[in-house]
Write a protein that binds this ligand. Structure first.
Ligand code: PEP
Ligand code: MN
Length: 356
């Protein structure tokens, strides 16, 4: 007899469990809808005052047998689980997220595709210093069948007393030389004014490591119709890097190339530590092309070939490195720029011919 009662009560518990689960799921779906509305309006996701109100409300309605503390604890667990769920949904719902797009994003500039079957090799000096310097470099790159040229017009220098770049003069030089040699130019801008000034002269806008979280610049780049090469902040996590790309994409510009360029660690044998894991992770978690800047990662030139090979083996869509006709007299990053002979050896080391 007692056994029958036990079985019956257990059945009731089983049914109640399912009802609780149904209610919890219903609650979670409503919370997700609330999260979406909050996101649209830019309201903070976490609202401690609202949480407090809910707790007071349920505790007031509590008639036992659980104590108020236990009821509070149970609901706090529900809040925690809901917050986690909302975060997971927001991340998966990012415009840059792999899950939101079936295909890889391909970026087409002057008939060259970045992110497709062919690797993008972006070489050139750290700074644009003179017509002769840029033209010598362009001539070599074009002779090698390369498609891109990089060079800084505005330089983000640690000291305000160091060479700051030639600005407009450099942009004009880049425009003239890249047209003459049919190369795609990549030039960094550091603020909205420089972006505006550069647009007519360059093909790809670079956002440097120090400006990865310059949110007004990211938003401004999101409104232009030109590819953006976004470098990872040297103190930024992969998650923060993705969210910076999201800033650009959320404004409409989907042409984004991610660039891993090393992060700051305790290691000082290299200028930064190349985070090679970031490459496959970014390829897995986003649909954007990912390239690796080996020069700013290493800060030295003797290991560039090895780093580039590692990057290519890690599914990188391309490589960036600094090349200068005479690095010893370069006005910035003279230690890490390859001269032309070293560049030839670098290309050989990575077996460049096999990619062209
Ligand atoms: C650069 O590419 O010229 C540069 C300054 O790199 P980063 O922003 O990665 O330091
Ligand atoms: Mn440099």
């Amino acid at each position: 007899m007692n056994y029958d009662k036990l079985t019956k009560l257990r059945q009731e518990i089983d049914e109640l469990n399912l009802e609780i689960l149904e209610l919890l799921s219903k609650r979670a779906n409503i919370a997700l809808d609330i999260g979406k509305i909050k996101q649209i309006h830019g309201y903070p996701r976490y609202d401690p005052i609202r949480e407090q109100e809910i707790l007071q409300h349920v505790v007031k309605a509590n008639n036992g047998p659980f104590t108020d503390e236990v009821v509070s604890c149970l609901f706090k667990e529900i809040f925690k689980a809901t917050k986690l769920l909302q975060e997971t949904y927001t991340k998966a719902g990012l415009k840059v997220a792999r899950k939101t797009k079936d295909n890889n994003t391909l970026i087409e500039v002057k008939d060259v595709v970045i992110g497709g079957d062919k690797k993008a090799f972006i070489f050139g000096p750290c700074s644009i210093e003179s017509k002769k310097q840029l033209e010598q470099t362009a001539e070599l790159l074009s002779k090698k069948g390369l498609n891109f040229i990089r060079g800084g017009a505005y330089k983000p220098r640690t000291s305000p007393y160091e060479f700051q770049g030639l600005g407009l003069e450099a942009l004009q030089l880049m425009h003239e030389i890249s047209e003459k040699y049919n190369l795609i130019s990549v030039v960094e801008v550091m603020d909205k004014e420089q972006l505006k000034e550069s647009l007519a002269y360059i093909d790809i806008i670079q956002i440097g490591s120090r400006n990865m979280q310059n949110f007004s610049l990211l938003k401004a780049c999101g409104k232009v119709n030109k590819p953006v090469l976004l470098k990872r902040g040297f103190q930024a996590t992969i998650e923060e890097f993705k969210l910076s790309a999201e800033y650009i994409m959320s404004e409409g510009n989907e042409q984004i190339i991610l660039c891993e360029r090393g992060i700051r660690t305790f290691e000082n044998a290299t200028r930064n530590t190349l985070d090679i894991s970031a490459v496959p992770i970014l390829k897995q978690e986003t649909h954007l092309p990912v390239i690796v800047d080996v020069s700013h990662a290493a800060g030295r030139k003797d290991i560039l070939g090895y780093l580039a090979k590692a990057a290519l083996a890690s599914s990188s869509d391309g490589i960036m490195a600094e090349v200068h006709p005479n690095p010893r007299v370069a006005l910035s990053d003279s230690n890490q720029q390859m001269d032309f002979t070293e560049f030839e050896a670098f290309l050989k080391h990575i077996n460049y011919e096999s990619f062209s």
